[in-house]
Ligand binder design. Structure first.
Ligand SMILES: Cc1cc2nc3c(=O)[nH]c(=O)nc-3n(C[C@H](O)[C@H](O)[C@H](O)COP(=O)(O)OP(=O)(O)OC[C@H]3O[C@@H](n4cnc5c(N)ncnc54)[C@H](O)[C@@H]3O)c2cc1C
Length: 474
């Protein structure tokens, strides 16, 4: 049965674009953090939208389940297939052409398999900025970013992926192609289908191409890291800076001392900008402007100098060179890898209204301390968006003693999600649902909302062939 499907898929996309050898398939069957594993009969890598549509049409007719895969950097089990059923991985990696760059229209059209860093570089080459930026940008693909409505470090100024997309092209589960590759800034002509596919995590169709918004390239950048003794002070100062530098503040990241030390401990050639006196909380601030010689660093210096005199924070490091800026950001970008080396980190991607961040951290700390005293709270987040990655870190030795790991994780996570819900927050701010949070959809989302989502799913994919078991509870 499998060999018949594989040879028929080869007839559609070419022999060398369907792989079924265990060694070639292995990296696609496990996620980036090696926490989720799945199974598939083969990996299909189409080279055109027409081929994607043909594969989807074939799979629907033959009841083969399709799991689209981009850069496989999902951190919620979204990118690997299920373990059961007749599955294929549909890899977009070979559809990686930049189709058009139009600086006069501040727009760029790309295939879905383009790596995010390549898109940023292509924009930069024409003196423009594509502002989506995240730690996985060297591997993740724009199709995956669109499917997950990825966030990252520039959301405070430019919004999520959704805000950066002008148009998309989608291959539908029934084999039709919707070409919505428009470059318009306004288009009130009926339902906004584009936004239905953005964030749908490949459950409604396969994004095959997209038209992206470009912005003026920054020519002045100013970066500082503040050291503070309380998270209240960190949030107060962050909110104040947003008001002082509207339009220029592009990054506002919060890092707890525990996270900061883990990042330094597991990084190579990294040094502590605060010497041996690490504050309890760090806030990484970045301003950017398209103007050259804008005096941005001087203005930031002045504003932070006055705040320091007032006692708004304990310490501050302002990057004097690009190298120093790079070193400050490296501490932030290294956290995911460093956490993996440190121990078993149970990560939570919550968001609450920004001013309630201290309340969440206080309540979560108390609850964990009581119920999970072995956990160290490790916190890093996109503070300007109210988004915290709250990690309950356990030593490998302790984690080895936990018998029912899935149940342990579920129970701990729900302690934190309950607190987030009480504060009007969410259990998934930017990473999506994947296979990991399907249960939370049932528990924390409004029942009417989930029912409507199921109706939409049924309209596009009545046989549940696209990414089954992801996003929506059964
Ligand atoms: C070090 C690190 C840092 C990260 N930082 C951030 C961060 O700051 N912000 C953030 O939001 N995320 C972050 N992530 C998570 C991850 O990088 C994002 O979710 C990213 O958008 C996934 O892109 P991908 O190409 O790797 O998609 P994959 O992981 O391959 O897939 C993710 C989901 O999208 C679907 N999909 C992929 N391509 C398509 C397509 N063309 N059409 C339809 N569906 C598709 C898949 O089926 C899956 O459901 C980080 C991950 C790592 C490893």
């Amino acid at each position: 049965m499998s060999s018949k499907i594989i040879s028929e898929l080869r007839a559609l996309v070419g022999k060398s674009h369907v792989v079924d050898h265990a060694t070639d398939m292995a990296p696609h069957l496990v996620d980036w953090r090696k926490r989720h594993r799945g199974d598939a009969i083969c990996i299909v890598s189409p080279q055109s939208t027409g081929q994607v549509a043909a594969v989807l049409s074939y799979c629907r007719a033959n009841r083969v389940r399709v799991f689209p895969q981009g850069g496989n950097t999902s951190v919620c089990g979204g990118s690997v297939p299920a373990v059961d059923g007749v599955n294929i991985i549909l890899s977009l990696g070979k559809m990686n052409r930049i189709l058009d760059v139009n600086p006069r229209n501040n727009a760029m059209t790309v295939e879905a398999g383009c790596i995010l860093a390549d898109i940023q570089a292509a924009a930069s080459a024409v003196d423009r900025l594509f502002p989506l930026s995240l730690g996985a940008e060297g591997s993740c693909q724009i199709g995956g970013n669109i499917a997950t409505n990825a966030g990252g470090t520039n959301v405070v100024r430019f919004g999520n992926t959704r805000d950066l997309i002008l148009g998309i092209e989608v291959a539908l589960p029934d084999g039709r192609i919707w070409n919505g590759l428009r470059t318009l800034r306004k288009n009130n002509s009926g339902y906004d289908l584009k936004n239905l596919f953005i964030g749908a995590e490949g459950t409604l169709g396969v994004v095959t191409a997209a038209t992206l918004k470009l912005f003026p390239k920054p020519h002045s950048v100013a970066t500082a890291m503040l050291g503070l003794s309380t998270v209240e002070a960190a949030v107060d100062e962050g909110l104040r800076l947003q008001g002082v530098f509207p339009g220029e503040l592009v990054g506002l990241e919060l890092i707890s001392r525990s996270e900061f030390e883990i990042s330094l401990r597991h990084g190579t050639n990294m040094r502590n900008p605060f010497g041996n006196d690490t504050p309890q909380w760090m806030v990484l601030v970045e301003l950017a402007s398209p103007e050259r010689g804008d005096g941005l660093t001087e203005r930031l210096n002045e504003v932070l100098g006055a705040a320091y005199e007032r006692g708004a924070f304990e310490d501050v490091v302002i990057a004097a060179t690009e190298q120093q800026r790079h070193e400050l950001w490296r501490i932030r970008h290294n956290v995911t890898e460093a956490n993996g080396r440190e121990g078993m980190g149970l990560t939570h991607d919550i968001a609450v209204p920004t001013y309630l961040i201290p309340t969440f951290i206080e309540r979560a700390g108390v609850a964990l301390g009581k119920q999970y005293p072995q956990a160290t709270p490790v916190i890093v987040g996109h503070m300007g968006d109210g988004n915290l990655h709250y990690i309950a870190m356990f030593t490998h030795a302790y984690w080895a003693t936990v018998t029912d790991k899935a149940e342990f994780q579920r129970a701990l996570s729900h302690v934190l999600y309950d607190i987030s819900a009480e504060l009007g927050g969410t259990f998934s701010a930017e990473h999506g649902i994947g296979s990991l949070h399907v249960d939370e959809m049932r528990i924390y989302k409004d029942a009417v909302e989930v029912a409507l989502m199921k109706q939409i799913k049924c309209l596009f994919d009545p046989d549940n062939m696209m990414n089954p078991g992801r996003v929506l509870p059964a």
